[in-house]
Design a protein around this ligand. Structure first.
Ligand code: FES
Ligand code: FES
Length: 176
């Protein structure tokens, strides 16, 4: 376990303070030097190198940057990284086991729930959180859980079908 320490660096004599952050993503601990106002999205993508989480609007509107913070869907583009120390962070890279997609990812493929794919990581994380809390959601439950995730390809019906399939609720496979 990483020891708890932080530091301020005033080496340039101005206002550019840096701090040592301890962030655990997908069960792996990382020590990162960053300014206090850096967002979690930047840490995940640019400092840790997990680029599955997408950078869409950077303003909390599109949901492309959704990760799970202590199990709750969270917009990483408007979440300060410093607020995430000591919390459990999961990204889309946590879903597959190596090259083997998980049941939800397979369902997205079966149902054609992915077109350009830009919204898919955020959709998957919101749906993962839903299914962990509610293994048999209704279509209404799914719509509610995904309402913060925008799909510019407008593939919403297929995405909802995919989550229904993943929950074992009788949606037939569309794509082979
Ligand atoms: S990139 Fe975060 S909500 Fe759009
Ligand atoms: S699949 Fe293209 S944005 Fe949703």
């Amino acid at each position: 376990m990483l020891e708890n320490r932080s530091r301020m660096n005033f080496a340039d004599g101005k206002t550019s303070r840096t701090r040592l952050l301890e962030i655990t993503v997908n069960g792996e601990a990382h020590e990162i030097t960053a300014k206090p106002r850096v967002m979690l999205l930047e840490v995940i993508r640019d400092k840790i190198g997990l680029t599955g989480t997408k950078d869409g609007c950077e303003s909390g509107t599109c949901g492309a940057c959704t990760v799970l913070l202590d199990g709750k869907p969270t917009l990483s583009c408007i979440t300060l990284a410093v607020e995430c120390e000591g919390k459990t962070i999961r990204t889309v890279e946590d879903l597959a086991d190596g090259d083997n997609l998980n049941y939800l990812q397979e369902a997205f493929l079966d149902q054609g729930g992915t077109q350009c794919g830009f919204c898919t990581p955020g959709m998957l994380m919101s749906a993962t959180s839903l299914l962990e809390k509610n293994p048999k959601p209704t279509r209404q439950d799914i719509n509610k859980a995904l309402e913060g995730n925008l799909c510019r390809c407008t593939g919403y019906n297929s995405i909802v079908d995919a989550v229904m399939q993943a929950s074992g609720q009788g949606v037939k496979t569309k794509m082979q």
